[in-house]
Write a protein that binds this ligand. Structure first.
Ligand SMILES: Cc1cc2nc3c(=O)[nH]c(=O)nc-3n(C[C@H](O)[C@H](O)[C@H](O)COP(=O)(O)OP(=O)(O)OC[C@H]3O[C@@H](n4cnc5c(N)ncnc54)[C@H](O)[C@@H]3O)c2cc1C
Length: 540
């Protein structure tokens, strides 16, 4: 590997370099590791300015004085970071460096429900806009604003209860810490790939990952939350108490209804896991993607796979298919061979191998050569992972695409590679279906039960990238949105997109009115307001 996005990715994930096929496999880091994200040396920006400074109902009654901010700080078990504090610059950082900076008046690292309740009371009293933050990966930067950021990072305990097959997770927990704690008990929760993503943001929007077809979305396994509402009331939310709020928290998007401080999930015994990865030359891209779209939905729930079309700078265009099988390597071997036969192409590399759960999750995270402590963002303890500058658009595959649509997608990536050869860009298809499709359409707020895959188009860059290259990437995303993605196919709220027209319907489909009803109940003054928050009244 050399140059372009792939070099940047290796820098980011610091992958081991052993046997070639193993190396290629380990370096992929599932979809996200392979998207070229992680831009060493990119200029640090801060939180988003896309969030309105305050909602219509939070007009300042009595702006907080310095003395009152200090009083708030003293009242918290956690810490309050203010402009001028040494930790302020780091505390403002989100994952996506492309998000324009804003300047919170305070970032409260809350260590208890009471801390959250006090922050909300302070915000109400002084008309300060609030937002909640867990892992800070909101693509639009909605977890940061110019007011008060309620950051739940200190709430990061994981308690695995083998007797009830449940795990109680603090809302500030990062995915890698959840996987690490579960692995020690031989249990799993299906969740996403990126190690530094926060469990709260991921779960509230759905949560797709490599075990999704077998065990469902993360939100499908959510059985209870502790939630602090805007009026500072702390609720236990489950199927018996406040079931409507639990419904909304299963896919209705982060940041809308209250601050979640604790989440309880069903867990499962870890099965044998086998991982695979195939690389093909670009000449085979059409056949591989067509074969993948017809092959994946016909597989048992035990198989998850993605298909990645990538323009990786000096490495040029490439296509790969990789995945995770809940079973032994020998069975998977046959399935992989059948897939290869269906493509009619010969892979340039092929890897199939078993791994334990934590290793498998670390590989998918692109973190397999790191300690758990290091597998966090830099600035978070001993973390060494870099942030990235990127833009993205998402959609869903509701039925296998026509050859013409596949051609359009491929041509658009080829054109981009020609116009912006240094840019890292990728079109990633992640399989859905299986257990996801067996949850009733109205059982949760997640609105894409019938999709066979989600799609994400991403382009990323570094501070050294020419503006013209970045503009070419933006043009490519617009072109995909206009000529390849169908608005009716929807978009994934966890890949929240500040430029998306018709975002409410795209994220939530038929659930918009229901979500607005829950919003009116949970947050009648629209305190948790941001540019793409659930409205109090659904547009007619
Ligand atoms: C590199 C990368 C990899 C990713 N991989 C996956 C993946 O594999 N699968 C997948 O499904 N998604 C994935 N995502 C998307 C991810 O799920 C969303 O970005 C998610 O919203 C991030 O959650 P967070 O807590 O890290 O982010 P944050 O920015 O902290 O929060 C995201 C949203 O949730 C709200 N929120 C945060 N904490 C709370 C809380 N405690 N209570 C209420 N609301 C809260 C915020 O206000 C914000 O609106 C990935 C994103 C990135 C950047």
């Amino acid at each position: 590997m050399s140059g372009g996005a792939r070099a940047l990715r290796d820098e980011h994930y610091r992958q081991p370099m052993d046997a070639p096929t193993r190396r290629q496999f380990l370096a992929r880091g599932a979809t996200w590791g392979a998207l070229g994200l992680g831009v060493a040396g990119a200029a640090l920006s801060g939180c988003a300015s896309t969030t309105p400074a305050s909602s219509p109902t939070t007009t300042p009654q009595r702006p907080a004085s310095e003395i009152e901010w200090r009083r708030l700080a003293r009242s918290l078990r956690g810490t309050l970071v203010r402009p001028g504090d040494g930790a302020y610059a780091q505390s403002r950082l989100l994952f996506d460096l492309a998000v324009a900076p804003s300047r919170p008046q305070g970032i409260a690292y809350c260590a208890s429900n009471d801390d959250v309740a006090r922050c909300l009371a302070f915000a109400r009293e002084h008309g300060v806009a609030v937002t909640s933050r867990s892992g800070g990966h909101s693509y639009a930067g909605y977890s940061c604003n110019d007011g008060l950021v309620i950051d739940v990072t200190p709430l990061s305990r994981v308690l695995v209860d083998n007797s009830s097959s449940r795990v109680v997770v603090g809302a500030g927990t990062r995915l890698i810490d959840l996987y690490d704690a579960l692995a020690q008990h031989g249990r799993l929760v299906p969740a996403g790939s990126c190690p530094s993503v926060g469990v709260a943001g991921l779960t509230l929007g759905g949560g797709v990952g490599v075990l999704t077809r077998r065990y469902g979305l993360t939100c499908d396994n959510l059985v209870e939350t502790t939630t602090v509402l805007a009026d500072s009331t702390t609720l236990t939310v489950n199927d018996s108490t406040h079931p409507e709020l639990l419904w909304a928290q299963r896919g209705g998007g982060g940041g809308n209804f209250g601050v979640v401080t604790r989440l309880t999930y069903r867990t499962y015994e870890v099965p044998p896991l086998t991982l695979f990865s195939l690389h093909f030359s670009w000449a085979a891209a059409r056949d591989v993607l067509m074969a993948w779209m017809s092959w994946v939905p016909r597989q048992s729930d035990d198989l998850w796979a993605n298909c990645l079309l990538e323009s990786a700078g000096a490495d040029g265009l490439g296509v790969s298919v990789s995945g995770v099988w809940c079973g032994s390597p020998s069975r998977l071997d046959g399935l992989v061979n059948a897939f290869i036969a269906q493509t009619g192409a010969t892979p340039t590399s092929r890897f199939v191998g078993g791994d334990d759960y934590l290793t498998a999750m670390a590989i998918e995270a692109g973190c397999s050569s790191l300690s758990i402590a290091a597998c966090h963002l830099s600035g978070e303890g001993a973390g060494v992972l870099s942030r990235a500058a990127f833009h993205a658009k998402s959609s869903f595959v509701v039925a296998p695409w026509s050859a013409a649509r596949v051609e359009n997608a491929l041509r658009s990536l080829e054109d981009l590679a020609g116009r912006a050869p240094e840019l890292g860009a990728a079109l990633a298809f992640d399989a859905l279906g299986g257990a996801v499709s067996r949850v009733g359409a109205d059982e949760t707020a997640y609105a894409h039960r019938s999709a066979i895959a989600d799609i994400q188009a991403t382009h990323s860059w570094s501070t050294y990238s020419a503006p013209s290259q970045i503009a070419a990437g933006a043009g490519w995303l617009r072109e995909l949105a206009t000529h390849v993605f169908e608005p009716a196919d929807g978009a994934y709220v966890n890949y929240i997109d500040p430029t998306l027209d018709g975002w409410l319907d795209a994220y939530y489909g038929d659930h918009v009115s229901h979500l607005s009803r829950v919003k009116r109940w949970a947050d009648p003054d629209d305190v948790f307001h941001f540019a793409q928050s659930i409205p109090l009244r659904a547009p007619s």
